[in-house]
Design a protein around this ligand. Structure first.
Ligand code: CO
Length: 455
């Protein structure tokens, strides 16, 4: 009854989590056809941090990457990660950008779009979900960002999942980006969701705390339909549980994934080599051990190192433990946002400022914007007193933040024309709208190369 399907993440989250998102298209090409033959549920290969990184560090056009992968992967659905109204960036974009992006992504080869919002505010996922549904061809997956707080309960997660289902999503993903989800909590959450939802449930975790495989096993016993794994050279530690391990663990059971383990070994060998190349070229320090303390502080793994380095730059590394202890207070004051981009950075810097200069002696604009409602509805409540301290008597918006945004694409096209790109493709206009300061130098250097080739 219960075959478990496997989504392979090595082409996106695997290298994003282990190798700073630096894998190149040419390092994927030699095995794409073999990967297409494995029988995966999907290949996650686009979105998240890959888009920005392609142009910023790899001199690659992300759209070209997608089209090329599609050319070689003919049977297996291609999946992307989409940050709701933030698309692939760090601020809310207007609806015209969201619609156009979804349509171009689908036209260029995406089959499954996983949509999430840092606050689990369904209104921030609404436009993306509607755009995806309007294409009538793409599978749209709604997402619960997993977190731990006094107000995040089985009931609250189930309520958000229900809202997503009502919006017409084809499946729901539990996204445990920090690897906080403990095995028995996963069991209870999946059981609860299976009881209340009709659509399939997928689980995405990271091994940061050391729970990964245990969490998957309990979720599978509770009836989860799909799990996300990464081939071992880009699996485990801060990434997903290893594909090979999970395939072998389920082999011969009623949950058997149906994947032939022998077909995976050549892929393992290939990506071992790629991992070595990336470590050498980019001088990457690959994460060497798990970090169970992440659950104690309930903050993403990557953030621990970032925070420490920030403090060190200010000669305040001895205050690290104080900052960690302050994080839960800031989170409470802000209404318990899950900690994922961009809320993790906002909460972390507020905690650091509190420790270094006294509680809320300095308040950042981002903190004020959360209080103003500009990021959406926070899961909990913000006290009257805290609100007054941050924004005085300014009004708090209670509508969808993107309702206040004017269309952006027309202006972006005009700007590009002024920069010498009057015939920019719709895809290039989107790259520019999302990351103008990265896309423009990228376009210019490519134009120069093309002119030199012609000359
Ligand atoms: Co992830």
């Amino acid at each position: 009854m219960a075959q478990v399907k496997i989504t392979e993440t090595v082409l996106r989250d695997g290298h994003q989590s282990i190798a700073a998102t630096r894998m190149r298209l040419r390092q994927m090409l030699p095995v794409l056809e073999a990967m297409d033959d494995i029988g995966y549920n999907a290949l996650e290969c686009w979105g998240g941090a890959t888009f920005d990184t392609c142009m910023r560090f790899l001199d690659e056009d992300p759209w070209e990457r997608l089209r090329t992968i599609k050319k070689y992967v003919k049977k297996t659905p291609l999946q992307m990660l989409f940050r709701g109204q933030n698309i692939l960036g760090y601020r809310h974009y207007a609806d015209d950008v969201v619609y156009e992006f979804v349509n171009r992504a689908v036209d260029n080869g995406i089959d499954i779009i996983r949509v999430f919002d840092a606050l689990n505010d369904p209104r921030n996922m609404e436009a993306a979900i509607k755009a995806a549904k309007d294409t009538k061809s793409v599978h749209v997956q709604g997402t619960l960002v997993y977190t731990i707080s006094p107000i995040h309960t089985l009931e609250s997660f189930t309520r958000v999942a229900g809202e997503l289902e009502d919006m017409g999503v084809d499946s729901v993903c539990i996204k445990d980006m920090s690897g906080l989800l403990a095995p028995y909590d996963a069991y209870n959450l999946v059981r609860m969701l299976k009881k209340h939802l009709r659509v399939p449930i997928e689980l995405h975790t990271h091994c940061t705390c050391g729970f990964g495989e245990m969490t998957y096993l309990k979720a599978i016993e509770a009836g989860v339909d799909i799990i996300d794994t990464a081939l071992s050279p880009f699996g485990e530690i801060t990434s997903q549980p290893a594909t090979e391990t999970m395939v072998m663990a389920l082999q011969g059971s009623i949950y058997d994934s149906g994947i032939d383990i022998e077909k995976l070994w050549p892929l393992t060998e290939h990506f071992k080599q790629v991992r070595k190349e990336l470590a050498d070229e980019f001088k990457l320090t690959m994460p060497a051990q798990i970090n169970p303390a992440v659950r104690k502080y309930q903050i993403p793994g990557g953030m621990l190192t970032n925070l420490y380095n920030q403090l060190k730059n200010q000669g305040a590394e001895d205050r690290f433990d104080d900052v960690l202890a302050e994080m839960p207070n800031v989170r409470r004051d802000l209404g318990y946002p899950p900690l994922v981009t961009p809320t993790s950075q906002i909460t972390g810097s507020a905690a650091a400022l509190n420790v270094l200069f006294g509680r809320y002696k300095i308040i950042t604009n981002e903190v004020r914007d959360i209080v103003r409602g500009k990021y959406g509805r926070v899961p909990g409540t913000i006290s009257e007193e805290f609100r007054k301290m941050c924004i005085g008597d300014e009004p708090v918006i209670d509508h969808r933040p993107a309702d206040d945004l004017e269309p952006e694409l027309g202006k972006a096209k005009e700007e590009l024309a002024k920069e010498g790109f009057p015939d920019a493709s719709p895809e290039d206009v989107l790259s520019y709208t999302l990351f103008p300061e990265v896309a423009l130098p990228f376009f210019k250097s490519h134009k120069k190369k093309q002119t030199q080739e012609k000359a």
